[in-house]
Design a protein around this ligand. Sequence first.
Ligand SMILES: Cc1cc2nc3c(=O)[nH]c(=O)nc-3n(C[C@H](O)[C@H](O)[C@H](O)COP(=O)(O)OP(=O)(O)OC[C@H]3O[C@@H](n4cnc5c(N)ncnc54)[C@H](O)[C@@H]3O)c2cc1C
Length: 380
Amino acid sequence: MDFTLSKEQRDIVRAARKFALGEFPDRALEFDREETFDLDLWRKACELGFVGVFIAPSYGGAGMGFLEHCLINEEFWAVDPGIGQAILSTTFGSELIGLFGSEDQKKMILPQLVSGQAIMGTAITEPDAGSDVTSATTTAAKEGNKWVINGNKMFATNGNIANYILVFCQTDPKNPTRHERYSFILVQTNTPGYTSKKITGKMGIRASDTAEIVLRNVRVPLANLVGKEGEGFHELMAFFNRTRLHICGQAVGLARAALEESIRHTKDRHQFGAPLASFQVTQFKIAEMATWVRAARNLYYEAAWLVDQGKIDHALISMAKWFSAEIAVRCVDEAVQIYGGYGYIDEFKVNRLYRAAKVLEIYEGTKEMEKIIISRTLLR
Ligand SMILES: Cc1cc2nc3c(=O)[nH]c(=O)nc-3n(C[C@H](O)[C@H](O)[C@H](O)COP(=O)(O)OP(=O)(O)OC[C@H]3O[C@@H](n4cnc5c(N)ncnc54)[C@H](O)[C@@H]3O)c2cc1C
């Protein structure tokens, strides 16, 4: 925990850590092996106020900042990334509703997310459109008082279990400016024409649901447009400026757990008549990991704090996202090395951390995309 946090923030960290340590360890291996999750755990986290803390009190939230949401992510991911993601991703999309949604949309959705009555997701990626979001081909056409949506979405978190999915669609496919073709449309997943299929065999975070979605003539009211027609791309960038911060909390939690597991193991495990901790090569690994964790945490604290003050620093957010993801991968690689053969077996926590880490460098913008944003800002 960091001295820069307020008493209230330190209390949140303590409470989140206590909850995660009390609830996650006994179920983590089962959920990982069986690629499943118990939604009662999510309901419990909602009851205790850990879900959607950044949502305004007028919509049932705690009215805290994204920094507090990151702190909870850090604590949950430090205990188990899969369960952390399964619980805290249930509000994925509420950031966009909060920024651009109508009053009716906010009143309908946000209280349900906070109180454990509904789950949300956001579907941007498509089979042939990943980093280049402006190649997405899902369309929403106006027909009378409805949008008619057609297309395929890929890798949508919560796509099989969500009540609401925000869909990134072309609403003006002929617009010569690609960035002005898109809008976000809210889809209730029980609408006819919405079907989803679970993606199994993920490397990590297997407690978290991931889906392929097919939208065939999905008809929703025109009022389901979120934000402004044609502004979807710019709204997406504003959304990422919040959601990328969450990934930083996840990454630092995972990296910290790798460090803690490494410290424990190097003290317990003896080889050549001495604990691993007595070998300088191991000591250096610990020193490096601790420094990376601290540096990544300070980056995300600053980036999130600024966002909570209404100051968006795109390059800083991308620095924090890329760096924290990269050091998470590095830390857990060292942790598995320190565990030797045991680290290769899924019963050991470092194994689950190792498999979970890679996604941090992929989702919400790959590390290459983050570096493009940073360098573009500097070279502009
Ligand atoms: C577990 C999981 C959950 C996810 N959840 C969601 C979700 O809820 N909603 C959603 O919409 N998406 C989700 N995604 C998708 C994720 O955001 C994408 O996988 C990611 O944006 C990358 O897109 P892609 O996989 O198509 O890779 P591609 O875009 O095909 O990239 C492949 C590689 O090429 C590199 N590359 C691409 N373009 C360039 C370039 N111009 N310069 C240099 N390198 C480049 C990339 O950095 C990457 O290394 C999820 C993915 C996973 C694995």
